[in-house]
Design a protein around this ligand. Structure first.
Ligand code: PEP
Ligand code: MG
Length: 594
């Protein structure tokens, strides 16, 4: 990053990672999002009374804050939100939390922060062993309330995104996928963060929601005073602080060019996705929220290649039950019929944190209890989800996809459970499609290496390049410090994809790419030549990829791939690819300067 001194002068350009395209110009609004750190220390007996008083004060403050929020949202919030606030107020009245903390101060001579931290840890332990799902879900409430008291004790304030009442550019150290889900597009016109990578789920959601974003700016929150005027160019990852009039004009020009291009690309909606010599490729959409179906149709998608169902479990207190899931899946399947809808089973873990599942304490969450590993442990939840999916299959063309498979045994376990659930539903007389294809997500190096074995048993493949690249190259997809190593053109990635494409072709099964690589026109021909016949991406990526495919011949793709496979380093691959594509499609890759 081009860093600047604390007094940022006019027109300071900072460069991070372009996470979601689009240009926004506006005022920055700083939000505090890092988790508050409690400092635990022993206290002399003489400080007991004052620590207890501080604790009571922090609890009283929390009550005021919650009542204020309740008043603010009362007019427009759905009743569920008010109910949550009431539940949190009740926890503040709860004797147990208060007593446990005060006991820690009096008996163990801990400061209030330390005593509260320990009390919360004890609660966590108790909740974890509860059988009752409803009670277990209450743990999240206690944690949230505990965090609020802790903030008051430590004097750290957290801004709620709902407090924002005018269009701003959000500036934060980090934003969770759950934060992004809550963004009101009218108020948050763009966001920039210190941390993050292009394929983190926060970035993926920003693209789905059409919010321009730059991530990985490292120390940006410490550099820009709140209220400063900035320009965000999410396409190339640039942030311009205190822009001069000339710069503003240039970016206003880019903004309208960008809008014009989007409008022109609308013309591609009804056209088939096929090369000049007639090779068809399925262009599908990735879906995070069920209410995006209209958007998907508007962009001319021929199906949903990936429904990230875990987002249905975020931003709420209790997981959606079978009926609610069924309604949502049915809506998607029915809404897209006769096109396919690929329902992926829960992929929690990694950066997708669902509070009530309590996965937060893993030292290495990306390699921990994630995706089908979690589902295979939480069988009841897994079966419930599969029931809802199979029931929804009666209303159109559904496929079921299992994430993060690492071996044939794991795949067979998933498939067996799916078969059992089907039998159960047959016995109940529930209507279902006769055949619901079940697919494997290829996103671990192990799955890529045994793609031939998996292809014999699966009905289709879907390649999650976001994770495949992360795990193959050992690069955390959300870490800005190693983002320079995150490289789809690495020869290891090309070879892994070659192996997967060949295995699918030999077994005669469809193969899709649903990672972010699929949305970049730069890689479209390479993926076609590698043997993938479906590409799935965020809705607004579809016309861009379609435009390119419609101007290309299949044999060019094959020639390009064989040249790329002859190189030794990713630098050679990347520069040859970029040069060839820019030469062949100048209006796409080297647009005229404004
Ligand atoms: C992937 O890993 O490429 C993928 C599509 O799944 P997710 O981004 O949700 O991990
Ligand atoms: Mg993945």
């Amino acid at each position: 990053m081009d860093s600047a001194n604390t007094e940022l002068s006019q027109d300071t350009f900072l460069v991070g990672i372009g996470a979601s395209p689009g240009v926004a110009i506006g005022e920055v609004y700083l939000v505090e999002r890092s988790r508050v750190r409690a400092v635990e220390r022993r206290i002399p007996a003489s400080e007991v009374a004052s620590e207890i008083a501080s604790f009571h004060e922090a609890v009283a403050q929390a009550k005021h804050q919650l009542k204020d929020v309740k008043e603010q949202v009362a007019d427009h919030a759905v009743s569920e939100h008010l109910y949550i606030l009431d539940a949190h107020l009740l926890i503040l009245e709860d004797e147990m939390l208060l007593r446990e903390t005060i006991k820690g101060i009096e008996r163990d001579l801990l400061n209030a922060q330390g005593a509260l931290k320990r009390a919360l840890a004890r609660f966590r332990d108790v909740f974890e062993h509860m059988e009752d799902d409803y009670l277990r879900a209450r743990q999240w409430d206690v944690e949230t309330v505990g965090e609020r008291i802790m903030r008051n004790l430590t004097g750290t304030r957290q801004t709620s995104l709902q407090e924002i009442d005018r269009p701003v550019i959000l500036l934060a150290h980090d934003l969770s996928p759950a934060d992004t889900l809550q963004m009101d597009r009218e108020k948050i016109i763009a966001f920039v963060t210190d941390v993050g990578g292009r394929t983190s789920h926060t970035a993926i959601l920003a693209r789905s929601l059409g919010i321009p974003a730059v991530v990985g700016l490292e120390t940006v929150t410490t550099l820009i005073p709140p209220g400063s005027q900035v320009v965000v160019d999410g396409g190339n990852g640039t942030l311009i602080v205190n822009p001069e009039e000339e710069t503003l004009q240039e970016y206003r020009g880019r903004q309208s060019l960008y809008r014009d291009l989007e409008a022109q690309l609308g013309a591609y909606r009804e056209l088939p996705a096929q090369s000049l010599d007639g090779e068809r490729i399925g262009l599908f959409c990735n879906l995070e929220l069920p209410d995006e179906i209209d958007l998907v149709r508007r962009h001319g998608a021929e199906g949903i290649g990936l429904f990230r169902t875990e987002f249905l479990f975020m931003r709420r207190n209790t997981p959606p039950d079978e009926e609610e899931q069924f309604r949502i899946y049915r809506q998607a399947v029915e809404g897209m019929a006769p096109h396919p809808v690929t329902l992926r089973t829960l992929d929690v873990g990694g950066d997708k944190f669902v509070p009530e599942f309590n996965l937060s304490d893993e030292a290495n969450p990306a390699m921990g209890l994630r995706a089908v590993r979690f589902s295979l442990r939480e069988r009841r939840l897994f079966r419930q989800q599969l029931r809802a999916m199979l029931r929804a299959s009666a209303f159109g063309n559904a496929r079921i996809l299992f994430p993060m498979i690492t071996g044939v045994c794991e795949w067979r376990q998933c498939r067996e459970i799916l078969d059992e659930v089907r039998q159960e539903l047959v016995a109940e007389g529930a209507p279902m499609a006769d055949k619901v294809p079940a697919g494997v997500m290829i996103e671990t190096p192990a799955a890529a290496l045994i793609a031939d074995l998996l292809a014999h048993e699966a009905d289709f493949f879907s390649v999650g390049t976001n994770d495949l690249i992360q795990y193959c190259l050992a690069v955390d997809r959300g870490n800005e410090h190693v983002a320079y190593l995150y490289d789809p053109t690495h020869p290891a990635i090309l070879r892994a994809l070659l192996n997967i494409g060949a295995a699918a072709r030999d077994a005669g099964i469809p193969a899709c790419v649903c990672g972010e690589m699929a949305s970049e026109p730069l890689y479209a021909l390479v993926l076609l030549a590698l043997g993938f016949n479906e590409l799935s991406m965020h809705a607004s990526g579809i016309p861009h990829v379609k435009r390119l495919l419609r101007q290309a011949y299949r044999h060019e793709a094959d020639e390009l791939l064989s040249q790329l496979l002859s190189f030794t380093t990713s630098r050679e691959v990347a520069s040859h690819l970029e040069e060839s594509m820019a030469k062949r499609f100048p209006e796409i890759f080297s647009p005229k300067p404004i």
